[in-house]
Design a protein around this ligand. Structure first.
Ligand code: ZN
Length: 153
């Protein structure tokens, strides 16, 4: 495993729409392992492939309950609303309050190519929405309703 360089805001890579993964191979497994290690080293709870310069529909989340890998994810249902603070590994030092759905249902594939469904709520739902946005070139800052000082985060 290796820690990869995190692409920062301002780089056009972060504004691109990512393509689906077609091959569930060793290269994908290495990328997923590297993404997780990069996320942990950056003290994040989620990371999307474009943040390490790979324009594919992949993200990894660990909100403290264990790692979940999402490949070719699709949010198929959302419900409710939550307000909460967010930051991003690609936007160091910037935090804000955003509004996200309270519940999301997401279909995705694991690294072996098996399809799964997760019904997420609260922080996990928020993280899924944040990371899924990265796959469409959208940063969390577009959702900020109130900026926060880093000391308030
Ligand atoms: Zn982010």
């Amino acid at each position: 495993m290796a820690i990869r360089n995190i692409i920062k805001e301002g780089d056009p890579i972060l504004t691109k729409v990512c393509r689906p993964v077609e091959r569930f191979d060793e290269k994908l497994a290495t990328l997923l392992d590297d993404m997780y290690e990069t996320m942990v080293s950056g003290d994040g709870v989620g990371i999307a492939a474009p943040q390490v310069g790979i324009l594919r529909r992949i993200f990894v989340i660990d909100i403290g309950d264990g790692k979940i890998e999402f490949i070719n994810p699709k949010i198929v249902k959302t419900k409710g609303e939550q307000e909460g603070s967010e930051g991003c590994l690609s936007c160091p030092g910037e935090y804000g309050i955003t509004v996200r759905p309270m519940f999301v249902t997401v279909n995705a594939y694991n690294r072996c190519g098996d399809k799964f469904t997760i019904n997420a709520e609260g922080l996990l739902a928020r993280a899924i929405c944040h990371e899924n946005d990265h796959l469409d070139g959208i940063l969390f800052k577009e959702h900020i309703i109130k900026k926060l000082d880093p000391s308030e985060f």
